[in-house]
Design a protein around this ligand. Structure first.
Ligand code: SF4
Length: 147
């Protein structure tokens, strides 16, 4: 059976920054028969609700920066991602929530340090770790469209 890592908010977990979810019944229907392993790096690292963050390109690389405090929040997200994929080495596919700075696959927005938009097609930090491990990744909206 295909083992799919998936953003928990897509399954109905109220783990978004404002304690809401992104439950998607059509997606859930298409996932019947898959073994689902939900993840939410931001809830794990910062709790829910929490301030929003954006991906920022700095001289040191791409970071997740808190919009309220300008703090670099990357390390706890990256640590969660490493532990998650170490714990689930047999994941075949990741389905991420579109546009999230953690879970977006080809849809996260990347800004420069002055918040000018550089790209709308970047990978979030959780996805970057999956891609390093050569795990196939797809945005939820694209998965729905292709299946
Ligand atoms: S971090 Fe990912 S799983 Fe968690 S709420 Fe944001 S998009 Fe959903």
């Amino acid at each position: 059976m295909k083992k799919v890592a998936i953003s928990a908010c897509l399954l109905g977990e109220k783990c978004r920054y404002d304690a809401s979810d992104n439950k998607n019944e059509l997606l859930l229907e298409k996932l019947k028969g898959f073994q689902l392993v939900p993840f939410c790096p931001e809830d794990y690292a910062f709790g829910t609700p929490r301030p929003t963050m954006d991906l920022i390109q700095t001289q040191e690389g791409c970071i997740a920066r808190c919009n309220a405090t300008y703090t670099n929040l990357s390390t706890p997200i990256q640590d969660y991602a490493k532990t998650f994929f170490d714990t689930h080495p047999d994941v075949n596919l990741l389905i991420g929530k579109d546009r999230s700075p953690s879970c977006g696959v080809c849809s996260a927005r990347l800004y420069d340090e002055d918040k000018n938009l550089l790209s709308s097609h970047h990978a979030g930090l959780m996805v970057q770790e999956a891609q390093k491990r050569h795990i196939a990744c797809i945005d939820a909206e694209a998965f729905q469209g292709f299946n």
